[in-house]
Design a protein around this ligand. Structure first.
Ligand code: F6P
Length: 358
């Protein structure tokens, strides 16, 4: 019996999406007969609006190393999925109707936390859904790693490496803001791999005086420069008592656009050291997947094809202790995997003399 498989990529893009799409397709063609793959445009937007096309085998060639997503993506907030807006579109109803119209046996959904919440909703609504864990933030619950994370890590680490030489030449403090609003995996890993002196994470609210002290201690020891790696969602102890919106409002009222602006200004005031802010931003999501991510994406994709063959739906692919496996969507949706301040990785950083501003 043939299989008709729908695929969509949703949320922020990252290197590895195409490698997963290719992994699913190649393995599906290999494992099953009469496979047809329908590509849905721009994530849930295409599913809601019925924008899709039947893909050819050749569409999956030459994309292993290609960054971004050949299907396009968009952000469709989960909290609005069941809300019928001014456009009068019942999004859930449309998605179910288009799934039927496409005559799908199953729908593969590549995405991060928000995407998985909607994937779980669609599974609850009776669609045959398989999730695949994507995000440079690495904060999807139930998997040791998400695809895209290692590629972003390579870029963020390279940024820190490059900033080291200019920081050292000028004797400056570089405040480098890395992506990660709710979780600091990227900043923690890049900070250690890139030899940062201070690492500031959303999970570990900092004391700015302790950050300044770490910089002054280095200056007093003859090291005129410092690198501060800060996650975009990092916050000080006072800000940690506020809701996200209040925190941003308070920062804006104080004249700061970002957390890194605030840190750089206060560190300069407190230490007298010249500071600069660098925000690599979306560069962290660009370019080719690293070999690690190509391998991981291929493993995830091929595993998803096996799940399709076994008709195992309502799950998302995961990696646990280097073994590819799956979790029930209902058990992981809405949960985040955050950095544990008591973890071995944080301890390693502390043992290396890295300050967390605590
Ligand atoms: O979720 C991935 C991510 O890159 C976050 O690290 C970042 O906060 C966000 O997406 C940026 O989103 P956008 O691409 O919509 O600006």
């Amino acid at each position: 019996m043939g299989k008709r498989i729908g695929i969509l990529t949703s949320g922020g893009d990252c290197p590895g999406l195409n490698a997963v799409i290719r992994g699913v397709a190649k393995a599906a063609y290999e494992l099953m007969d009469d496979v047809e793959i329908v590509g849905i445009s721009d994530g849930y937007r295409g599913l809601i609006q019925g924008e899709y096309h039947l893909m050819k085998r050749s569409d999956f060639s030459g994309i292993l190393t290609l960054g971004g997503t050949i299907l396009g993506t968009s952000r469709q907030p989960f909290k609005l999925m069941r809300v019928v807006g001014d456009d009068n579109v019942d999004k859930v109803k449309n998605m179910k109707a288009n799934y039927k119209k496409m005559k799908l046996d199953c729908l593969l959904i590549l995405g991060g936390n928000g995407t998985h919440k909607t994937a779980a909703l669609l599974a609850e609504e009776g669609l045959n859904v398989i999730g695949l864990p994507k995000t440079i933030d690495n904060d999807l619950y139930g998997t040791d790693v998400t695809f895209g994370f290692h590629s972003a890590l390579a870029i963020a680490t390279d940024a820190l490496d490059k900033l080291h030489t200019t920081a050292a030449s000028h004797g400056r403090v570089m405040v480098v803001e890395l992506m990660g609003n709710k979780s600091g995996w990227l900043t923690l890993y890049a900070g250690i791999a890139g030899g940062a002196d201070v690492i500031l994470l959303p999970e570990m609210p900092y004391d700015i005086d302790k950050v300044a002290k770490a910089v002054s201690n280095r200056a007093n020891a003859g090291k005129a420069f410092s690198i501060i790696a800060v996650a975009e969602g990092a916050m000080d102890k006072e800000e940690a008592k506020m809701k996200r919106k209040e925190r941003i409002a308070a920062r804006t009222a104080a004249g700061y656009k970002t957390v890194s602006d605030k840190i750089a200004d206060l560190v300069e005031q407190k230490t007298g050291c010249e500071t600069r802010v660098v925000i690599p931003g979306h560069l962290q999501r660009g370019g080719n997947p690293t070999p690690y991510d190509r391998l991981l994406s291929t493993r995830f994709g091929a595993y998803a094809a096996r799940l399709i063959k076994e008709k195992k739906y309502g799950v998302t692919v995961a990696m646990k202790n280097d073994v590819i496996t799956e979790n029930n969507l209902s058990e992981i949706a809405g949960k985040a995997k955050l950095v544990n301040p008591d973890s071995q990785m944080v301890q390693v950083a502390k043992d290396m003399g890295i300050s967390f501003g605590l």
